[in-house]
Design a binder for this molecule. Structure first.
Ligand code: PLP
Length: 369
């Protein structure tokens, strides 16, 4: 019987994730699986936690990868920190802010949404006004809104949230590994990310980090965390301490891959990696401008790793993406929600963020147009 895997094509992944994966990360995935309680694996877990703390610029002891994709990271933060009736403010300017409000609402939180126009950033002055009207237990925002390509001012928002006395939750799924993430400096109490964007690892793990204030909230809950699989009060006993207790079987090889992906970032130097993302973004923007594409987000608020672009008049974005995929083996992303059919999303994440990839895409676009 033919094996379908034999016919998979090699695609240049330039969409909103997953991104290209370094060969050393694939090699890590293929290493022999060992037991999840094996002392060598526990040592690897400790190294991953240490690497994540450096990349996230945090001293938080509870910093580790959850089993699951970025959405599992999102659920972990909300399910552990929110109790029914808690007032939660979600700062929303894209799909992932909408999802946050949905997740918090399902937990019985009293959710308020402060909406900003998609394609524009959260405005701190508006946040000040909202915080003046009601006492919130938690305020949540997406750092890098993958659906629009906007970078939100998480540092400025963090200051306001701290003055207010709420817990501060930041989604860094798309930013981690491609630009600076400084959790302690921002005053972030809870953070989550995903492996398949700028960490350049296949999808499957969700790094998270909880501050001491977040852990205090977790410990003072009136009721158990309403989700067993994501309950940090249990998972901490597997990821922390001198003797470890089984919770669920860790995805061993995915953790090898994350370890290697983080290793690659530190080998190149995190600052150099961030500069590389910015340089290829600048290269892409000027190349697209020459071809008649317009950036959807104003300069100054753009993410380097996620470029939302409006095609030249008369160009059908779905047709263009299809042609790029079929004839040039390049994957780009479509717009989501209200932006479907209006924008194309071009990812320059991790291993994808290379000059030669941008050159290849620009040449293909030129040929298609
Ligand atoms: N948050 C943001 C900002 C994202 O971009 C994504 C995925 O694209 C998610 C959350 C959800 O992550 P996943 O699709 O890995 O579950």
């Amino acid at each position: 019987m033919a094996n379908r895997l034999d016919s998979l094509e090699k695609i240049l992944l330039m969409g909103p994730g997953p991104s290209m994966v370094h060969s050393s990360v694939y090699a890590a995935l293929a290493k022999d699986t060992i037991g999840h309680m094996d002392s060598s694996f526990i040592a690897l877990m400790d190294d991953i936690k240490a690497q994540l703390r450096v990349l996230c610029q945090t001293k938080n002891s509870v910093t580790m990868p959850m089993s699951g994709t970025g959405s599992a990271g999102m659920e972990t933060c909300f399910v552990n920190l929110v109790e029914p009736g808690d007032a939660v403010l979600v700062l929303q300017n894209g799909v992932f802010g909408v999802r946050m409000a949905d997740v918090a609402g399902r937990l019985g939180a009293d959710v308020d949404v402060l909406e900003f126009e998609w394609g524009t950033p959260v405005i701190p002055d508006d946040v000040v006004k909202a915080l003046g009207k009601k006492k919130y237990a938690l305020v949540a925002v997406v750092h890098a809104e993958t659906s629009t390509g906007v970078c939100n001012p998480v540092e400025a928002i963090g200051k306001l949230v701290k003055e207010h006395g709420a817990l501060y939750l930041v989604d860094c799924v798309t930013s981690l590994g491609g630009m600076e993430v400084a959790l302690d400096h921002w005053g972030a109490d809870a953070f989550y990310s995903g492996t398949q964007k700028c960490l350049s690892c296949p999808p499957g793990l969700a790094p998270i980090s909880f501050s001491e204030a977040a852990i205090a909230k977790l410990k003072s809950r009136k009721k158990k965390v309403p989700n067993w699989y994501l309950d940090l009060t249990l998972i901490i006993n597997y990821w922390e301490g001198n003797s470890r207790a089984y919770h669920h079987t860790a995805p061993i090889n995915m953790n090898y891959a994350l370890y290697q992906a983080l290793h690659c970032i530190f080998e190149e130097g995190a600052d150099r990696v961030f500069k590389r993302h910015q340089a290829v973004h600048d290269q892409l923007v000027s190349g697209l401008d020459a071809l008649g594409f317009k950036m959807y987000v104003k300069e100054g608020f753009r993410l380097p790793m996620l470029n939302a672009v409006v095609p030249p008049p008369g160009v059908d974005e779905a047709h263009l993406r299809k042609q790029l995929r079929q004839e040039y083996m390049i994957e780009l992303g479509s717009g989501l929600g209200p932006l479907a059919g209006k924008i194309i999303r071009i990812g320059l994440m991790g291993e994808t963020a290379r000059k030669e990839n941008v050159n290849r895409l620009l040449a293909a676009l030129r040929a298609c147009l």
